[in-house]
Design a protein around this ligand. Structure first.
Ligand SMILES: [Zn+2]
Length: 328
């Protein structure tokens, strides 16, 4: 799918059609399953954000920047996997975040974690890092190779010391030393960009360029990115904003749009207001021209009931997992 122009593509008309039926509408001879739970309105012909069948995924293409969501759900989604993104451009690829369910999602696309060579992690919640132990152990004890991770020194310390070390370090001991981060990973170190308002750094993975910037995600009491725990959003190839998880931070979105003239924005979206994410209501305050190119991601399992509302509020729509978004 090419979303050089986002409008209408994200929520095809067929997806917006929504109807419900109550128990009294169901004919006597319908199956008992359809009548449960008794007396409660049952959604019928629910619009779907899921593809009917996954297609085998290729980690190379003819050279067009293409974004495919391995999952688009929130941390605890049971329906849409987790909000992790595969970027492919020519012979290069990069998996942004690898949650608990990501190895399973990759498997449905015909991929093992050993097929993915390049990883980037935005922060340490389990829906973004929970699959990394599998990545490390399967690569080390299967094909005996190291994947590459794009990671700042500060975040490497946090990711290894607070999350990964417990499951990965103590499987071997050599010269009275257990395994370290570099036993599992080749590292690409992003370079700090001086003089930017918001702390940022830049890295290249083959032909894919990513600018990391700090976000305001956790704790819920933080006033800005400055007093937030380490979490990153990305500007991809200076044309796509990928917020990863963030609380509502309009200055960030408007600022990057002004600086880069963004082609598209993929924004964290929660269906209620509160906690550590941006809600659809909060995002509705963004300028109309920005909302028109904003796709909503990291949503709860009830997102399909909100497709019409997202459209009415002026958003380009909800991301569909496994659907390629191309930017020539
Ligand atoms: Zn998070």
């Amino acid at each position: 799918m090419n979303i050089g122009s986002l409008s209408n593509k994200a929520t095809p008309h067929a997806l917006r059609e929504n109807s419900t039926t109550s128990i009294s509408d169901i004919p006597e001879n319908e199956s008992i399953e359809k009548k449960r739970p008794y007396g409660i309105v049952i959604p019928m012909d629910q619009p779907s954000l899921l593809p009917e069948t996954p297609t085998p995924f290729s980690l190379a293409n003819e050279g067009v920047l293409t974004l495919t969501f391995i999952g688009a759900g929130s941390a605890f989604s049971k329906k849409f996997f987790q909000n992790n993104l595969l970027i492919v451009k020519g012979q290069d690829h990069l998996l942004v975040d690898c949650g608990t369910r990501t190895p399973e999602a990759l498997s449905k696309l015909g991929l093992s974690v050993t097929h993915v060579q390049n990883y980037l992690i935005t922060h340490s919640h389990a829906d973004h890092i929970g699959g990394l132990e599998e990545v490390m152990l399967v690569n080390r004890y299967g094909p005996k190779k190291k994947p590459t991770i794009v990671i700042t020194k500060a975040y490497e310390r946090l990711l290894w010391g607070m999350s990964l070390r417990g499951g990965a370090s103590f499987n071997e001991e050599h010269d009275e030393k257990n395994l370290g981060f570099s036993d599992f990973w080749n590292v690409i170190r992003p370079v700090a960009v001086k003089g930017a308002d918001r702390k940022r750094c830049i890295a290249k993975i083959g032909g894919i360029e990513v600018i990391f910037f700090r976000t305001k995600h956790i704790p819920d009491s933080s006033k800005s990115w400055r007093d937030s725990s380490l979490s990153y959003g990305l500007v991809i190839d200076r044309s796509i904003l990928y917020t990863s998880d963030t609380r509502f931070d309009p200055e960030m979105v408007v600022g990057f749009d002004g600086e880069f003239g963004l082609k598209a924005i993929f924004h964290d979206c929660q269906l209620f207001t509160g906690g550590v994410h941006s809600s659809m209501d909060e995002l509705s305050a963004l300028p109309v021209a920005i909302k028109r190119k904003t796709m909503l991601m990291h949503y709860q399992d009830s997102a399909e009931t909100q497709i019409d509302r997202a459209s009415e509020l002026g958003f380009a729509g909800f991301v569909r997992q496994w659907e390629p978004y191309s930017f020539p």
